[in-house]
Ligand binder design. Structure first.
Ligand code: ZN
Length: 379
């Protein structure tokens, strides 16, 4: 199915532009609204492009399809200043998951966006839906972690599986998708694939090749831990050698993507070295599949690069990308925020010695994942 503007939905509403984490927190909840404004100014939303849909707040019953009642109660209580040790032990009020006024409101709306997106795909009224306010992949059933309180990806996936859909979750955030992996570790109707910076150098310290699932889910949790400094060519080799054949073999009914932009070079919290051309290549590839796509945001702590990346991603998801193959015309990475040249990054030079060392390590990661995962899929 070719992309068609009316088939692509951008999930956002003005309520998401108020509240959110305090300024001191690296996780900037304004990025979604900034992406929306940029997309709007470029003609990527509206009659001739994708349409905008407001998120419907997730209900308590929806949240309880994954999260425990005690945990949800503890979040509510924390908002009113009640933070007992038991809440702190659930990750609430830690430096990575600070409490702020209106937090249940904000997160139930952000998560509701991914559920709204899933509902549209299930109803067949959209083929692609993008919720840049979603992507909280670290949240567990009863714990907050890494800026994540409510796990919208798990919730949206459970909505899909309750409708008997086979789901592949592809996560290209710089951090391992640990909360999502744990939720589906023993299931084969959900395949999780996470490409991330190795847990030896980055939070949350998990996501190694030998984490392959358990019981009948063995072989359906796929981890591709990449070395710090991984650059476009090495990342795409891993993607093409591993992810493409696995998605083809699994043949999911729905593809859910976490598109954290902290894998980009210059991100202040992670150490991969990608340009957004990798994201473009990946989105262009998934758009060729005949699979509905639910895309979410995620990490991304260099705000300008993240907003530009998500706007570029949306331009492809909504089928409006113009000359998207053109590389090298974009704004300069790192500091310069002049977007006059376009949404794509320039190519980034890589030191020769580093290039070889990273490529060698990437190839050995690829070999390990192939040998531990491929046999389960007749590959
Ligand atoms: Zn991340």
């Amino acid at each position: 199915m070719s992309s068609n503007a009316s088939n692509s939905v951008f999930i956002h509403g003005p309520e998401l532009d108020v509240g959110g984490y305090p300024e001191s927190c690296p996780f900037n909840t304004r990025r979604a609204g900034m992406t929306r404004r940029k997309a709007m100014s470029m003609g990527l939303l509206g009659e001739d492009a994708g349409r905008e849909v407001s998120p419907v707040r997730a209900t308590r019953a929806q949240l309880e399809t994954f999260h425990s009642p005690e945990y949800l109660d503890a979040i509510k209580a924390a908002e009113t200043g009640i933070l007992p040790l038991s809440s702190f032990e659930m990750g609430i009020g830690t430096p990575d998951c600070p409490v702020f006024a209106g937090m249940s409101n904000y997160f139930s709306l952000a998560c509701g966006g991914s559920l709204t997106a899933a509902g549209l795909l299930l109803a067949g009224s959209a083929r692609v839906a993008f919720n840049p306010s979603g992507g909280f992949h670290h949240a567990g059933r009863s714990n907050a972690a890494g800026f994540c309180f409510l796990n919208d990806i798990v919730l949206a996936t459970l909505l899909m599986t309750s409708a008997r859909k086979r789901v592949c979750i592809l996560d290209i955030d710089a951090h391992h998708s640990d909360g999502v992996q744990a939720a589906f570790y023993d299931r084969r109707d959900v395949m999780t694939i996470s490409l991330h910076e190795s847990g030896t150098t980055l939070f949350p310290g998990t996501g190694f090749e030998n984490e392959t699932g358990t019981g009948e889910g063995t072989g359906f949790s796929v981890n591709v831990p990449l070395p710090a400094g991984t650059y476009d060519e090495a990342y795409l080799l891993a993607f093409n050698d591993l992810v493409r054949p696995l998605i083809a073999a699994y043949s999911p009914d729905v593809l859910i993507m976490q598109l954290g932009m902290d894998s980009l070079a210059g991100d202040p919290l992670a150490h991969l070295r990608l340009t957004n051309n990798v994201y473009a290549d990946i989105i262009e590839y998934v758009m060729t599949l005949k699979t509905p796509i639910l895309a979410t945001g995620g990490g991304g702590y260099h705000v300008e690069n993240t907003v530009r990346g998500w706007t570029m991603v949306w331009s492809i998801l909504c089928g409006s990308a113009k000359d998207s193959r053109e590389v090298g015309m974009g704004g300069v990475m790192l500091e310069n925020t002049d977007w006059a040249g376009g949404l794509r990054d320039r190519t980034l030079p890589v030191d020769e010695r580093e290039r070889n060392a990273i490529m060698m390590e990437t190839k050995s990661v690829i070999a390990r994942v192939r040998s531990s995962i491929f046999p389960y899929h007749c590959l």
